[in-house]
Design a protein around this ligand. Structure first.
Ligand SMILES: Cc1cc2nc3c(=O)[nH]c(=O)nc-3n(C[C@H](O)[C@H](O)[C@H](O)COP(=O)(O)OP(=O)(O)OC[C@H]3O[C@@H](n4cnc5c(N)ncnc54)[C@H](O)[C@@H]3O)c2cc1C
Length: 684
C-alpha cells in the first residue's frame, strides 16, 4: 500500500509519521510518475528529486497497480478520496437545466469540471453532483462569425442579442467572434481557428488569445482571469478581455445569455468602457433543438442584475456562478507566430554560462525595454509564461538585434546569439502540435505538462511595474535568477493587459498594473517573512487597515498561497496552522486575490445569484464563510436527501448506469481515481 499523504492540516502525515510539505510533494511526484512514467515535470524533479533521499522519504511502492481494486485508489479510508462520486456528462443545455433542477429539488451541491486543472480543486468538490462538461456540444469547429462593419453599422442590437457580439467586436476593431462550448479545451479551440485560417483564400486571418496548454479550457482559464503568456496577452489583453457574450445556466435554473449593449470611449484604454449589460432568458428551456430556442426578456421575478453577472463571471472564478454552456470570444487580426528558445535543443556549457544574462535580457526586453533601446510596441509583441528559456512573439520584434546590442555592451562575443534559436510557425496551434508530437500526436500539447505540484507552493505574486522600475537592481540581484533556468517570472502583463479592460470585470487592479507574476519572493520561510514585513508594504498600498489590497493572481493560485495574519499584515500565516486555523486567523484566499473592496462586491453578487450555495466550490467566493449550525443542519438534510433519492422516485442516483433527465441521456459514472484534483487533470 502506498503511503499517501494526509493533508487535513498543513502538517501532513505520510505512512503514519508527520511529514513536511516537501515530503508530501515528493510522494505526490512519485505517485504521479506511476501514471505517466514518461512525463517531464519541469522544475519539480530538480526541486525535489535529489533531496528525496536526504529527507528520508521512503519511495512509494513501485509495484503499485492502478487496476488493483484493493489498492489505495479504491480504499475508502484513503484520505485523498475527497472527490465527487456521482458524475453527469451533460451534452446539451437542457441536460444542465435538468441537472440543476434535480439538484435544487434534492438539496445537492454541484461541481462543474472541464479539464480538472484547478489548483484549488474547485472543479471537484466532495459530495457534490459533478457536471463533467467534456461531452458537451462543441461549437468551435464551425463557430466563427465574421463581423462585417457595414452590416453592423446599419443595424440596432437585436432584442434577442443575436448580433450583439458583432456590434461589440466592431466597436473594438475586431474582425470576428468565435463560439466555444462549455466543455471544449484549448487544443480543440486552437485547432478550430487554425482550420478556419487554412480555409481562407487570402491567407491566415484570425488570432485567438488563450492558455499555454492544450488541455487547459477556455472556461476556468478565462473565468479566473486568463494569462496569455504564449498567445499575446500583452498585445491583445487577458482572458476576461476576450469575452463578448456569455451563455449560461444559473443556479435558479434559468438559461441566460448576456453581454454589453452600451459602451463609451475610455481614455487610456484601447477598448470601450462597458456602460450597460443586457441579458435575455430562454423561454422554452425544454426545447432541445437549438434552432428553436427562444430568447426573451427575463421574467419579473428573475431578480439578477446582468451588469453584476458580467462583472462577476469574468474574473470572479468559474464554477461558482452557474454553468457556462458557451461563450463568444473575440478574434484578432492574424499575426505570424515565432518562438525563441534559449539554449534548448542542444545545450552547450558556453550557453549555460550565459543563462543569467538571458534571464536578464528577457526581463529587460519585456518589462524595461528602454534599457535595451527597444520600443514598447516591439516589447509588447512578445510575452512569456514561467518557462525561462521561452519567448513567444507575434508579428515584428527586435529580439535578436537587441540581444546582440546587449552582448556588445557587456563585451561578450556576438557568437552567443547562436544560443538563441527562432522557430517560425503559422500560429500557436501549429507550434503546439509539433512541440508535443510524441505525447499527443496531432493535438496541441501542454506546456508545462500537468504535474501534481504545479502551483502548489507558488506565490503568484503580482509585482507592480512601478515597483520594478524603482527597484530594478534589487530585482535583478535578489529575485530574478533565483531559479536559474527553472521557473522564471511570468510575463503576460503590461501593454494590452493593462489597457484592454472594459472596466466592468472583476480582475484585480494588481493584474492591470503588474509587470510580472512570480513566486520568487516567497520561496522559503525567511523570504516569506521578509516579503510580508518589508516588500509587500512597499509594493502595495497596505496603509488602510480596513482594506487589504489585491496581491495574488488567481489562475495559478493554489490553496497554499501565502497570505498574512489578519491581525498583523507584516507577518505571514504560520505554516503549522491547519486549514481551519488559517481561515480563522489569516487574510482569506479570496481577499489576497481580489482585495477587500472587490471581494465584498463579489460576495454581494454571489448572495444574489446563488443564495443557497448550490455552487459552493473550493476556495470560490464565500466558500470560506463560517458554516453556522443551521448550515450544518442543512448539510445533514442533504445527506438524508441523498439516501431518499437512492431509495425512491423515478430517478435513481446510482454509482453507475444512466437515467434520462433532460433532452439527452445523462451518464453517471463512478470516479475511479482518487487522487488530488491536479492529478485528475489528465483528461484529454
Ligand atoms: C498544464 C497547465 C497549463 C496551464 N497554463 C496556463 C496558462 O497558460 N495561463 C493561465 O492563466 N493559466 C494556466 N493554467 C492554470 C489554469 O488557468 C487553471 O488551472 C484553470 O483552473 C484551468 O481551468 P479548466 O477549466 O481547464 O479547469 P477545471 O478544473 O475544469 O475548472 C476550473 C474552474 O472553472 C470552472 N469551470 C470549468 N468549466 C466550467 C463551465 N463550463 N462553466 C462554469 N464553470 C466552469 C470549474 O468549476 C472550476 O472552478 C495552466 C494549468 C495547467 C495544469
Amino acid at each position: 500500500m502506498i503511503s499517501q499523504p494526509d493533508c487535513v492540516s498543513l502538517t501532513c502525515t505520510v505512512g503514519g509519521a508527520s511529514a513536511t510539505l516537501d515530503q508530501v510533494m515528493i510522494n505526490m511526484l512519485q505517485l504521479f510518475k506511476q501514471f505517466e512514467d514518461d512525463i517531464a515535470i519541469i522544475g519539480l524533479t530538480d526541486a525535489y528529486g535529489p533531496e528525496a533521499a536526504a529527507l528520508g522519504v521512503e519511495p512509494m511502492s513501485t509495484d503499485f497497480d492502478l487496476s488493483n481494486p484493493d489498492g489505495f485508489i479504491l480504499d475508502e479510508s484513503n484520505p485523498s478520496l475527497n472527490l465527487p462520486t456521482r458524475v453527469l456528462f451533460p451534452a446539451i443545455a437542457s441536460d444542465v437545466i435538468a441537472a440543476i433542477n434535480f439538484a435544487k429539488e434534492h438539496g445537492l451541491e454541484i461541481s462543474v469540471k472541464n479539464s480538472g486543472h484547478s489548483y484549488t480543486g474547485s472543479s471537484s468538490k466532495k459530495d457534490t453532483l459533478l457536471l463533467n462538461m467534456n461531452k458537451y456540444t462543441q461549437y468551435s469547429p464551425t463557430g466563427i462569425t465574421d463581423c462585417d462593419e457595414s452590416v453592423v453599422l446599419d443595424s440596432e442590437i437585436a432584442q434577442d442579442l443575436s448580433n450583439q457580439s458583432c456590434h461589440l467586436s466592431v466597436a473594438k476593431n475586431k474582425p470576428a467572434v468565435l463560439r466555444v462550448g462549455g466543455g471544449e479545451n484549448f487544443d480543440k479551440v486552437y485547432r478550430a481557428v487554425t482550420n478556419a485560417n487554412k480555409a481562407q483564400e487570402g491567407g491566415y486571418k484570425y488570432h485567438l488569445v488563450g492558455g499555454a496548454a492544450g488541455t487547459v479550457s477556455p472556461m476556468g482559464w478565462t473565468w479566473l482571469g486568463g494569462l496569455g503568456g504564449t498567445t499575446g496577452s500583452r498585445l491583445y489583453g487577458l482572458g476576461v478581455d476576450q469575452v463578448v457574450q456569455i451563455e449560461m445556466i444559473l443556479p435558479n435554473g434559468h438559461h441566460v445569455k448576456f453581454g454589453p449593449t452600451e459602451w463609451e470611449d475610455a481614455e487610456g484604454f484601447i477598448v470601450p468602457k462597458t456602460t450597460l449589460v443586457t441579458g435575455v432568458c430562454r423561454s422554452n428551456p425544454e426545447e432541445v433543438d437549438e434552432e428553436k430556442w427562444v430568447w426573451e426578456t427575463c421574467p419579473d421575478d428573475f431578480n439578477i442584475d446582468f451588469n453584476d453577472l458580467w462583472l462577476a463571471v469574468r474574473g470572479g472564478g468559474g464554477g461558482t456562478w452557474g454553468v457556462v454552456t458557451s461563450v463568444l470570444l473575440q478574434l484578432h487580426d492574424y499575426l505570424p507566430y515565432h518562438k525563441y528558445q534559449w539554449n534548448k535543443d542542444s545545450p552547450t556549457d558556453e550557453c549555460t554560462a550565459l543563462d543569467p544574462l538571458w534571464n536578464e535580457f528577457k526581463a529587460m526586453y519585456l518589462i524595461m525595454p528602454s534599457l535595451l533601446n527597444v520600443t514598447k510596441e516591439m516589447s509588447y509583441a512578445c510575452s512569456s509564461p514561467d518557462v525561462s528559456f521561452l519567448l513567444n512573439c507575434y508579428g515584428e520584434d527586435d529580439v535578436v538585434p537587441a540581444f546582440s546590442r546587449l552582448l556588445s555592451d557587456r563585451n561578450i562575443p556576438d557568437a552567443a546569439t547562436d544560443c538563441l534559436s527562432k522557430t517560425a510557425w503559422n500560429d500557436f496551434a501549429e507550434g503546439g502540435v509539433n512541440g508535443d508530437a510524441d505525447r499527443y500526436p496531432g493535438q496541441v500539447g501542454d506546456s508545462p505538462n500537468p504535474s501534481p505540484a504545479v502551483g502548489s507552493l507558488g506565490g503568484s505574486i503580482l509585482v507592480p511595474q512601478s515597483w520594478i522600475e524603482e527597484n530594478w537592481d534589487t530585482f535583478l540581484d535578489k529575485y530574478l535568477n533565483i531559479n536559474g533556468l527553472g521557473p522564471s517570472p511570468y510575463y503576460s502583463f503590461g501593454g494590452a493587459s493593462s489597457t484592454a479592460s472594459d472596466q466592468a470585470n472583476s480582475l484585480s487592479q494588481a493584474h492591470r498594473e503588474a509587470a510580472l507574476m512570480t513566486a520568487s519572493f516567497v520561496i522559503d520561510d525567511n523570504a516569506l517573512a521578509d516579503f510580508w514585513a518589508n516588500i509587500a508594504p512597499d509594493m502595495f498600498d497596505t496603509s488602510n487597515e480596513s482594506k487589504f489590497p489585491p496581491i495574488v493572481s488567481s489562475n495559478h493560485a493554489s490553496s497554499l498561497i501565502s497570505r498574512p495574519l489578519k491581525e498583523d499584515w507584516a507577518k505571514p500565516c504560520p505554516s503549522k496552522l491547519t486549514f481551519e486555523e488559517r481561515d480563522a486567523n489569516c487574510i482569506s484566499f479570496s481577499e489576497v486575490i481580489y482585495g477587500t473592496d472587490r471581494l465584498k462586491r463579489l460576495e454581494e453578487i454571489k448572495l444574489a445569484v446563488d443564495p443557497t450555495f448550490m455552487f459552493d466550490c473550493e476556495h470560490c467566493i464565500l466558500n470560506n464563510r463560517p458554516k453556522s449550525a443551521t448550515i450544518q443542519e442543512e448539510e445533514e438534510e442533504v445527506e438524508n436527501n441523498e439516501v431518499d433519492v437512492e431509495e425512491g422516485g423515478d430517478v435513481v442516483l446510482a454509482d453507475s448506469g444512466s437515467v434520462s433527465l433532460g433532452g439527452t441521456t445523462l451518464l453517471f459514472a463512478v470516479l475511479t481515481v482518487g487522487l488530488l484534483p491536479s492529478v485528475l487533470s489528465l483528461q484529454w
